[in-house]
Design a binder for this molecule. Sequence first.
Ligand code: ADP
Ligand code: ZN
Length: 287
Amino acid sequence: MLIGGIEAGGTKFVCGIGNEKGEILDRISFPTETPEITLKKVVEYFKDKNIETLGIGSFGPVDINPKSENYGSIRKTPKLTWTNFNILEYLKKHFSISMVIDTDVNGAALGESIWGAAKNLDNCIYLTVGTGIGGGILISGKLVHGMLHPEMGHIIIKRHPNDKYEGKCPFHKDCLEGLASGPAIEERWKTKGDKLPLDHEAWNLEAFYIAQALVNYILILSPEKIILGGGVMKQKQLFPKIRKYVKEMLNEYIQADDVLKNIDEYIVSPKLGDNAGLLGAMALTLK
Ligand code: ADP
Ligand code: ZN
């Protein structure tokens, strides 16, 4: 079966075709402009590709409730031309094939559970730490949707006593995203994350915040694997720091070998690498 996938990001769109084995046969990428300009390119790309089904992993917030009249619409977003724009409706006008839309991170969680780091596991979470922080949740083999969709980046965490930075979130200031997103790192330290030295205190602080979030997710969701992606997580030195903090904060309360003995295999990078978003979008059609 030929599957189409769209990784609809706030910065760029990636479109591609592939199959159930997780093989990508072709892909293209272009910057995100207005919906009309961007989606015209999407339609142009898929026009002669003969795909049988299409999965869309979208930036959020997006209405992913198939029963809702706004199913497939982007909700209120700083990218104003996209607010209330219905991606799914637009594409359905051009292609009469089955389509699924979900969040990009739900797609990534599912893709990793089919082909990647959480292969053969029914419970995992995927967290991206980039321009924003967001997460996808797979529980008992199903993606968590609920009222809208999870917003794992906006949880409330404890501030580090030495951290005087007010926070970047326009809604909550010092929620997780407000304190630990890429732009928060840049504003706090007046340097982009990729320019900070490996031994800079920024990374300890970053790990302290991400670890708190993971502890909350572990306690509430009991995932079998935690996958951390996004631009900021390219700082590989964060992983051992995060794992150490998670262990300390849980303080042996969770009596599971995944945490106590094998945490290096429990909190991991995405295995699908740069294809995680596109494969995630394709994976949505397989559920
Ligand atoms: P997006 O979230 O927009 O889809 P990314 O996941 O690449 O894209 O996240 C971009 C953010 O991550 C920016 O704030 C950028 O400064 C930060 N970032 C990207 N690469 C690195 C890196 N190697 N180290 C630290 N921060 C990075
Ligand atoms: Zn927030």
